[in-house]
Design a protein around this ligand. Structure first.
Ligand code: SF4
Length: 471
């Protein structure tokens, strides 16, 4: 006989959230992995000692982490979900009757105390510290990469050219993302002025890539986002999420938002490696990256710090158009000259161009009558550029086929898998928050959620002893 559900109204219920949470539920494992006991003490200086009590910051952090773990990034929707979902209520310590805060509370806290206290970065770093505590971080090999995430800026708000209209650039009436953009321009101008004035650069962040060319178009709503077709089906304004990942168990040890431009992505490498060393005392012995990071400047910077660059070089040896490549010339290190196939010297004045190249020039009197000239140069005399870090680049060429280099190339895919998980499972394809700090907040929360899931899984099923033993 077919049964029928009969709704029975009871006057009293005895209900325990704790009893109804399955023992193996992801939220239970996340809760066991997450320690926020330090949060109130660190945030205390940012709250007044008197007045009406605020919403508990731990509740907001727990709600945001639930949202990023389950792909609910809209704060309005998150409040509805937490209100209705018993599992979310349990994780947020709300009980059955606890009031869910209004969604506007999150934006107020984000732009106020949370930003002043850098609370999202503190939470991220505590989770990385917990991963280190259980042996998920080896510290021996890191990988770096970036992925494009569309900004919350529409095509309709696009203006041609590298500058904002004056009425939009007035700091008195500008929106927060525009003020952030103007402040970043001031910092960049100060850096250039410092270089011109002969500052030694010790108080300036080191750039591992050239200054980007002026933007061809800007967004009026989020001018710091870059107009790009990279990684997207159609051109759009976008930021890059940069991940520095420990290769042992793919734990993200640092993340940074940058405009989605190649030069900006490479320039974040120094910032993230230095920050990881300062915060966690971690410095890898090798760094795996794709060829976008294969510039001489970055290779030289890494080797100066004892980090082996397992990075394919940016070499244009195949783009020769039938012309004799530099490989046909022999470098005489002692005399600091190149010897051409016809036996003539190419000497240098020692001047280093802005791109980091020293030029070596043949004598016009040697090239003029030379039989090889049609294959060598279309100019008066052959010119060769030598990267100031050519010795380091040569070292990378020598190690390119070694087993360690090949292993790094394989392991580098762990970063790509994290980006795939970020977009497919956590739904982070388009940003909700604007400006570099908004993008940074979203990337920190997403990276925290990814690390936390990995930590929770590891605590539930500890890796075998051989996996945690030092290599
Ligand atoms: S063209 Fe000049 S640099 Fe080239 S092979 Fe002849 S002499 Fe040497």
């Amino acid at each position: 006989m077919m049964g029928r559900l009969v709704e029975r109204a009871q006057l009293f219920y005895e209900f325990s959230l704790e009893r109804h949470m399955p023992a193996e539920h992801l939220l239970r494992r996340l809760d066991a992995a997450l320690d926020l006991s330090w949060l109130r003490a660190e945030l205390a200086p940012f709250y007044s000692a008197i007045g009406r009590p605020s919403i508990d910051p731990e509740l907001m952090i727990r709600m945001l982490l639930v949202g990023y773990c389950y792909g609910v990034r809209s704060e309005r929707r998150l409040c509805d979900e937490v209100h209705l979902n018993l599992g979310y209520r349990w994780f947020c310590r709300l009980g059955l009757d606890g009031a869910v805060p209004d969604h506007s509370t999150f934006s107020k806290a984000r732009h106020g105390r949370f930003r002043e206290a850098e609370v999202f970065r503190r939470v991220f770093e505590r989770v990385v510290g917990a991963c280190m505590g259980v042996g998920l971080v080896g510290g021996e090999g890191f990988a770096i990469d970036a992925s494009v995430i569309e900004a919350d800026a529409s095509y309709a708000q696009r203006v041609e050219g590298p500058t904002l209209p004056p009425e939009r650039a007035d700091p008195a009436s500008a929106t927060r993302p525009v003020r952030e953009y103007l402040a970043a321009l001031d910092v960049a101008a100060a850096r250039v002025a410092g270089a011109v004035d002969g500052m030694d650069g010790q108080d300036q962040p080191e750039r591992l890539a050239a200054e980007p060319a002026p933007a061809k178009s800007l967004s009026l709503t989020d001018p710091a986002a870059a107009w790009t077709s990279k990684g997207a089906r159609k051109a759009s304004f976008a930021y890059a999420v940069n991940y520095l990942v420990d290769l042992k168990r793919a734990i993200i040890v640092d993340t940074q938002a940058s405009p989605a431009r190649w030069t900006e992505e490479v320039a974040t490498t120094a910032l993230m490696i230095e920050r990881t060393r300062e915060r966690f005392g971690l410095q890898p012995s090798r760094l795996a990256a794709d060829s976008a990071y294969g510039s001489g400047r970055l290779v030289g910077w890494l080797m100066a710090r004892g980090i082996e660059p397992h990075v394919p070089l940016l070499d244009r040896v195949t783009q020769t158009k039938g012309v004799l490549t530099r490989a046909a010339f022999t470098f005489d290190r002692e005399r600091d000259v190149y010897i051409c196939p016809a036996g003539h010297e190419l000497a240098t004045s020692g001047h280093v161009a802005a791109a980091g190249f020293r030029q070596y020039r043949a004598k016009p009197t040697a090239c003029g009558p030379c039989a090889l000239k049609p294959r060598c140069t279309s100019g008066v005399a052959r010119l060769i550029g030598r990267n100031v870090h050519e010795d380091e680049r040569e070292h990378v060429r020598q190690i390119a086929g070694t087993p360690a280099f090949k292993r790094s190339t394989r392991e580098r895919r762990k970063v790509e898998m994290l980006f795939a998980h970020l977009k497919r499972n956590l739904g982070l394809r388009r940003l909700r928050l604007r400006g570099p700090t908004g993008a940074g907040d979203e990337f920190l929360l997403a990276a925290t959620a990814q690390n936390l899931r990995r930590l929770a899984r590891s605590l539930a099923a500890p890796p075998p002893a051989s996996a945690t033993a030092p290599a």
